[in-house]
Design a binder for this molecule. Structure first.
Ligand SMILES: Cc1cc2nc3c(=O)[nH]c(=O)nc-3n(C[C@H](O)[C@H](O)[C@H](O)COP(=O)(O)O)c2cc1C
Length: 195
């Protein structure tokens, strides 16, 4: 499985990037082929309907086109999902259509549900990715996913087990949804945008 992991924090030294790196390494250990998109590094300008030249966009779109699945890792900022992920969704078209997406909410405190809930309703309408029921919630992130050998029976171990499971479920959705894309039923000429 080619899986793209999108780190949604706009901060340089972000915890979401650390979590995304954990997913990269774990995906590799499961035999998948992961690619990281760090939205801090990508430096996409705020979408303005093509008025700004965005040279990095073609590589980003190609990465998504080549993906079988995507993981959105969003920090919770002021009770909201990453504005960087929302901005990115305006730039893309059907690169992720009928591919599975897994959601990861990240917080230094005890929240993190807001980005999960918001990502569950945002973006899929026109980008048409399919959201896996298996979320990952990373609370108290500074103490979580700092290594791949968590303390037994710790919150870190519990999150890492959940993350492993969610990734393996994503891989099965990736296989199943290849059939949908190859079916000949998908008709973006007539039904470009969802309702
Ligand atoms: C502008 C800003 C607003 C934040 N608001 C929240 C919040 O509403 N709820 C919360 O649980 N954490 C909040 N945090 C803390 C983040 O959860 C914390 O920074 C965490 O490390 C994830 O963000 P990061 O990936 O940018 O590091 C906020 C952080 C920033 C920078």
């Amino acid at each position: 499985m080619n899986v793209v992991i999108i780190s949604g924090s706009m901060r340089g030294q972000s915890q979401s990037l650390k979590v995304s790196t954990w997913f990269m390494e774990h995906a590799e250990s499961l035999g998948y082929t992961p690619t990281l998109i760090d939205l801090h590094q990508a430096q996409l300008p705020m979408y303005d309907d093509g008025e700004t030249e965005v040279p990095q966009l073609s590589d980003l779109k190609k990465t998504l086109e080549d993906a079988d699945a995507v993981v959105f890792v969003s920090p919770e900022w002021n009770g909201m999902m990453s504005h960087g992920i929302v901005n990115f969704m305006h730039y893309i078209d059907k690169e992720l259509a009928n591919k599975p997406a897994m959601l990861v909410g990240v917080t230094s405190g005890r929240n993190g549900h807001y980005p999960l809930m918001q990502m569950r309703v945002m973006g899929y309408k026109n980008n048409q990715f399919i959201i896996s029921p298996e979320n990952v919630l990373v609370q108290g992130v500074k103490d979580i996913m700092n290594s791949h050998s968590p303390e037994p029976d710790s919150p870190d171990e519990s999150v890492q087990k959940r993350a492993d499971y969610a990734l393996r479920v994503l891989s099965e959705y990736a296989k199943a949804l290849q059939q949908v894309r190859a079916s000949g039923v998908i008709d973006f000429a007539q039904f470009k945008n969802g309702v």
